[in-house]
Write a protein that binds this ligand. Structure first.
Ligand SMILES: C[S@@+](CC[C@H](N)C(=O)[O-])C[C@H]1O[C@@H](n2cnc3c(N)ncnc32)[C@H](O)[C@@H]1O
Length: 255
């Protein structure tokens, strides 16, 4: 793959924040600038990646052998297939992302991995992943799946997530699970977070914090598991770390 090293890439910047080695100087420079503007970015990225891992462990405990991951970023730094394959190398993983550079780089990294697919797709049209011939080739008729939809809903409008989660519900077989995470209402009530949210929006970055009640209204037929909504750093932890404040929270849903 030809790499354009004159422009930073989101996936490689996230890899840098996660402590990975799939990033270049141009990515690190931009990542450091972003950190100055949005100091939460390193903590929230790391909490989210650890959450991905705990969700994959949960899926494995439910005996799910097929995982579908939206807004995946690079398949590095303990992303879904790495955690899954440490548990069972036969687990099949379908990754997807809207960013074509991230997708091309990811496909290069995954070359030769027969149980992993990486598609270029918009998570607001999950059918593009679910109905893709390569997905069908990898997972066959298996629709009982674990769905990873983490660190992504906050950039999608209500209309977009409602339609996406509905399409996933209609496609998924009973016994499927959907892992979601959100930016919480602290972003609408705490002065420094309000200022940060304002700067996201003035930089034309979409940003949609939501309350659990709003999420429950948007998620359609999916039902929340008895653990309910938890801060990202606490979900799936038997000894959750002390929480400073709830920047983001998560929940597991089932059909
Ligand atoms: C912060 S990363 C999350 C990575 C991983 N899921 C995690 O939690 O660590 C968000 C990713 O979502 C992708 N993304 C943003 N909008 C998207 C959309 N509409 N459809 C698919 N991917 C999208 C971005 O390109 C980015 O790679």
């Amino acid at each position: 793959m030809e790499l354009d090293l004159t422009r930073p890439n989101n996936g490689r910047m996230l890899d840098y924040w996660l402590g990975g080695n799939h990033n270049f100087e141009i990515d690190r420079q931009m990542a450091r600038q972003i950190e100055k503007l949005f100091p939460f970015v390193v903590t929230t990225s790391r909490e989210s990646r650890a959450l991905v891992g705990r969700c994959v462990e949960f899926f494995h405990a439910q005996n799910l052998g097929t995982l579908v991951d939206f807004g995946s970023s690079l398949p590095t730094c303990q992303n879904t297939h790495e955690v899954a394959h440490a548990l069972d190398p036969n687990i099949r993983v379908v990754y997807s992302d809207i960013d074509p550079i991230t997708v091309a780089y990811a496909q290069d990294l995954l070359r030769g991995n027969v149980n992993v697919l990486y598609l270029h797709a918009d998570a607001t049209n999950p059918q593009d992943v679910l109905e893709n011939p390569l997905t069908k080739q990898l997972i066959g008729d298996e629709h009982r799946v674990g769905i990873v939809f983490l660190n992504l809903p906050h950039v999608l409008s209500d209309e977009a997530v409602r339609a996406s989660w509905r399409a996933l519900y209609d496609w998924a077989a009973p016994g499927s699970y959907l892992a979601l995470s959100f930016s919480g209402e602290a972003w609408d009530t705490e002065p420094d977070l309000i200022a940060t949210a304002r700067s996201y929006r003035s930089a034309n970055l979409p940003f949609y914090p939501r309350t659990p009640a709003q999420v429950l209204e948007l998620v359609g037929g999916w039902r929340v598991t008895q653990d309910g909504f938890k801060p990202n750093a606490s979900w799936g932890q038997s000894n959750p770390p002390p929480q400073e404040r709830m920047l983001g929270y998560s929940a597991m849903f089932y059909k």
